[in-house]
Design a protein around this ligand. Structure first.
Ligand code: B1M
Length: 210
């Protein structure tokens, strides 16, 4: 097995310590940071995303894999700037106002980052105004809103309304998701994209940014 494959496998199994050993070893072998990221870590994360989407693995495994991925990307960070690995686009992401559930939102972040999308993580309890202001100030391509409570879903409608009022709808796509959110709800509030899970959200975001 070549070392990039070894990194991918170690990452998928959530073996952060092994990833930390293999990444410098690959660099010593002359493999670029960009290649380690794309053909090792991101390749592994794509497989994790697919397995998660197909219910072959579940949240704990994904979170452990994410930790291993982070361990690898931390080591690569200083070299990636020189390697000209520009992010493919930028998203601001958060759980909407009144809602403190962040596990799904964190998975969305991880999957977005796995696709090379820069994420401004606004955390939980994020107001519609903050989403829209951040998108304007940080020049985001995507606003991504998560909600886990039926009572907080209306904040998503407010995000759409404020984005309309701010005149940014032609350049910023609004993505919505979370357990109670549906395609029907998305259509009713005029958001751009609904996806049921984090991996699909990242795939949809990558499509938007192509
Ligand atoms: Co709460 N909670 N909770 N909770 N909680 C639910 C959501 C609930 C369904 C439980 C229930 O009653 N059966 C219920 C909501 C009912 C409703 O509104 N329909 C509920 C309630 C009522 C509450 C409180 C009001 C309870 C109370 O205090 N009386 C309270 C509210 C607090 C608040 O937010 N203001 C509360 C609190 C909590 C905890 C703090 C204890 C904890 C959250 C801890 C944390 O997040 N750090 C918690 C938890 C853990 C849950 C359950 C058990 C699990 C949620 C979870 O993390 N799932 C949940 C019951 C359940 O879902 N079975 C429940 C795993 C996570 C990976 O899934 O976030 O859905 P999820 O993300 C998925 C997809 O939805 C999607 O991707 C992920 C999968 O890939 N996705 C997106 C998510 N965001 C997306 C965005 C996208 C695209 C896809 O695009 C932008």
């Amino acid at each position: 097995m070549d070392i990039l494959n070894e990194i991918s496998q170690a990452m998928q199994k959530g073996r952060a310590k092994l990833v930390r050993e293999l990444v410098p070893k690959a660099m010593e072998e002359g493999i670029s940071a960009k290649q380690i990221l794309e053909e090792g870590l991101l390749a592994g994360m794509n497989i994790v995303g697919d397995k998660f989407q197909n219910n072959e693995i579940f949240v704990p495994e994904v979170l452990i894999a994410a930790r291993a991925m982070n361990a690898g990307t931390e080591l690569l960070k200083p070299y990636l700037a020189d390697a000209d690995t520009r992010p493919m686009g930028k998203a601001c992401l958060g759980t909407v106002k009144g809602d403190l559930h962040d596990i799904g939102k964190n998975l969305v972040r991880m999957m977005f980052e796995g696709k090379g999308i820069e994420v401004i993580d606004l955390g939980v309890d994020v107001s519609a105004e903050t989403f829209v202001q951040t998108a304007i100030e940080q020049d985001c391509d995507i606003i991504a809103c998560s909600a886990l409570l039926t009572t907080t879903m209306p904040v998503m409608e407010e995000v759409v309304r404020r984005a309309d009022q701010a005149g940014i709808r032609d350049r910023v796509k609004i993505m919505v998701g979370g357990a109670p959110v549906t395609e029907k709800f998305r259509a009713s509030i005029g958001a751009d994209v609904y996806t049921a899970d984090a991996a699909s959200a990242a795939n949809a975001a990558a499509e938007i940014l192509k």
